[in-house]
Design a binder for this molecule. Structure first.
Ligand code: HPA
Ligand code: ZN
Length: 370
């Protein structure tokens, strides 16, 4: 069996989460009109890890620029190594990959490349995650990390018309002290941040570990979100804590909530938005006898769903249009549901009400003429 077929077979059985594809091409869609509608639609994105947009080609370029050797012969060999079967095995590849990010210019180039791709796909607004603890560990200064990204954000807004903001993620499986040190190092730059989040390996690192961090972030005017990755141990307990105890403003992934009508009711009452990434976690498998389609189940439960690309460089180089087109197919999303998802996005933006309204108006104008 050809290696690619082997990987596809694993993906089909749910043994691995994502399939590196040739050049990021998505299989032809059965509804080209719907695909064209998706591509043309003004969009926003709320769950994209900048380090997860670090494409293999850029890794080689940055390694060369920084005088580093990478243990891969070429881009194809590097991409072929992106095979994982759960969150920890994904994270090992993701953290290893980001070591080439060393200088302010590297963070700038990474962020600009993502924003250029997103702008080309009619993303008009993005809130992007980054993982500073991983960079501080390697001796990179917070000023270079945030400074490079912020410079790219400003240039992209001026040159490409895409607006963006930045969310600092605590790497939950590092120590609480390391997370607090990162927050303290970032607070002098708080004007360049909109919120804090929680990512990495959830097992044994529940959201309450970050109670003080979230409180300090809030006291400094920042919003709070948290990953609740699908099918993790204690996922419903962690979703409950995030929702009712820590009172997060948003939940990233969170698909297992459909297993608890009580939590669904709480999330609906609080108007919580979920940033769902179907490429990585589109199906509940481990906790269900019959696999459950996360986007379909959450939409049917009346939750505020948005759709994002998560770590596109490690997920077949599928950016937002491809992610939405694939989601429309696998979750049988109608055009009206896709518009609802796009509306949910702009409504969830951490922006002043007038700015959100202006973005929503662009969406409505598009829908009217499409
Ligand atoms: N979940 C947890 N940690 C992560 C993710 C994710 O989706 N992406 C990058 N780090
Ligand atoms: Zn994520």
């Amino acid at each position: 069996m050809d290696r690619r077929d082997f990987i596809r077979g694993l993906a089909a059985t749910g043994t691995i989460c994502a399939v590196p594809t040739r050049g990021g091409a998505v299989a032809p869609v059965s509804d080209p009109a719907l695909a064209a509608f998706i591509r043309g639609m003004p969009k926003s994105e709320y769950h994209v890890h900048l380090e997860g947009t670090l494409e293999a080609e850029m890794k080689f370029a940055l390694a060369r620029r920084n005088g580093m050797n990478l243990p891969f012969a070429d881009v194809a060999a590097m991409k072929a190594s992106y095979v994982y079967n759960d969150l920890p095995s994904f994270l090992a590849i993701y953290y290893d990959g980001m070591k080439v990010l060393q200088k302010e210019q590297d963070f700038h180039d990474l962020a600009y490349a993502y924003l250029a791709k997103a702008a080309a796909q009619n993303v008009i607004y993005a809130e992007m995650f980054f993982d500073p603890q991983e960079h501080l560990k390697r001796g990179v200064a917070m000023a270079d990390v945030i400074g490079g990204i912020t410079r790219a954000r400003r240039e992209a807004e001026r040159q490409l018309g895409i607006r963006s903001q930045l969310i600092l993620c605590f790497v939950r499986d590092l120590t609480a002290e390391s997370a607090m040190a990162a927050l303290d190092a970032a607070l002098p730059f708080k004007a360049d941040l909109v919120g804090v989040g929680l990512d990495s390996d959830e097992a044994g690192h529940p959201p309450e570990k970050f109670r003080e961090h979230f409180a300090k972030a809030r006291a400094n005017g920042l919003k709070v979100t948290a990953h609740c990755d699908v099918d993790q141990a204690d996922t419903l307990k962690n979703i409950r804590t995030a929702l009712t105890d820590l009172q997060v403003d948003r939940i990233d992934h969170g698909g297992n909530i459909v297993q608890s009508p009580e939590l669904v009711a709480i999330a609906r009452a609080r108007g919580i938005t979920f940033t769902v990434c179907p490429t990585f976690s589109g199906t509940l498998r481990r906790t269900e006898k019959v696999p459950v389609d996360v986007v379909r189940a959450m939409m049917d439960a009346g939750l505020n769903v948005t759709i994002s690309s998560d770590d596109p460089a490690y997920m077949g180089s599928e950016y937002i249009d491809d992610v939405l087109i694939r989601a429309a197919e696998r979750s049988s999303l109608t055009r009206a549901e896709l518009v609802t998802i796009a509306r949910n996005g702009f409504a969830a933006a951490w922006l002043p009400a007038a700015d959100k309204a202006a973005m929503l108006a662009r969406l409505e104008a598009y829908v009217k003429q499409a």
